[in-house]
Design a binder for this molecule. Structure first.
Ligand code: BTN
Length: 267
């Protein structure tokens, strides 16, 4: 089992502005929750919190994120970008692209991105991302915590029975990696995120090229109803542009709807 330590991640990262603000803990409830508390107490931009295990890992839309010891990379990054709340969806999308780039650099295989930001490999979920913010004055944000969970070492039996069909890991897909190397590369890839939030045109074309949701039939899931639609593209605000069966086009936001392919998690 590969072991994650502050020293090993900082050494793999080398000279980097955030190398001295990396914390690695054996266990916490949720790295996002802990880092949000640190943000409220003034922790600086660039603080990274990694846990070997989360006892209450959290996902988007109030879901949980299974986070057993030694199996995944559970990492949260605190930033204090000078952006308006309207730019928040870009944090989620850009983090998905950073995670895809990091996996490709370390594992040699590129996952797809299921809008807004799940990473998918062999049609199963490899990684989830949860971005949370605290507001400052007016519509400016005070802090942004981006939490990324990448399944690394699980084999099928390591997932709870209800996740075995839909979740996978790099090892299960045939790409074993060292979590230390992946953590360092992920931190490296996240470095460009802040600049890209200020100018999303810098990353959106590359995001769209990796987004497997596009040019597919999808279902928009909202409040117990499923609306069939076709995914046309990514809107400048990071929303998903869709065409409904009656020909109407609309942009849906990641907080409003969940998207499924027509035949399960991806398709
Ligand atoms: C999702 O799949 O809906 C998002 C999952 C996000 C999981 C990561 S693991 C690190 C960070 N801490 C958490 O509690 N959640 C995120």
């Amino acid at each position: 089992m590969d072991s994650l330590t502050r020293e090993s991640v900082a050494s793999a990262l080398g000279a980097h502005p955030w190398a001295q603000s990396i914390l690695v803990v054996p266990e916490t409830g949720s790295t996002n929750t802990a880092l949000k508390q640190m943000a409220a107490h003034g922790a600086p931009s660039g603080t990274v919190l990694i846990a070997d295990r989360q006892t209450s890992g959290r996902g988007r839309l109030g879901r949980s994120f299974d986070s057993p010891a030694g199996m995944g990379l559970y990492l949260s990054l605190l930033l204090r970008p000078e952006i308006d709340a309207a730019a928040i969806p870009h944090a989620t999308l850009r983090a998905g692209l950073a995670a895809a780039d990091a996996v490709e650099a370390i594992a040699g295989v590129r996952p797809g991105i299921k809008w807004p930001n799940d990473l998918v490999m062999q049609r199963q979920k490899l990684c989830g991302i949860l971005a949370e913010t605290g507001m400052g004055a007016g519509s400016r944000i005070d802090w942004l915590v981006i939490g990324i969970g990448i399944n690394c070492n699980q084999m099928e039996a390591d997932f709870p029975p209800e996740l075995r069909e839909m979740a996978t890991s790099l090892r299960r897909c045939g790409y074993p990696i060292e979590r230390t190397a992946l953590a360092a590369e992920l931190i490296r890839q996240l470095t460009a995120l802040q600049a890209d939030l200020a100018d999303p045109s810098r990353y959106l074309p590359r995001y769209a090229a990796s987004c497997i949701t596009l040019h597919q039939d999808v279902q928009l899931l909202q409040g117990g109803t499923a609306t069939p639609a076709y995914a046309l593209g990514i809107a400048p605000d990071g929303g998903l542009m869709v065409q409904l069966r009656d020909g109407t086009k609309q942009v849906v936001g990641s907080g409003e709807v969940s998207v499924r392919g027509l035949y399960g998690y991806v398709k």
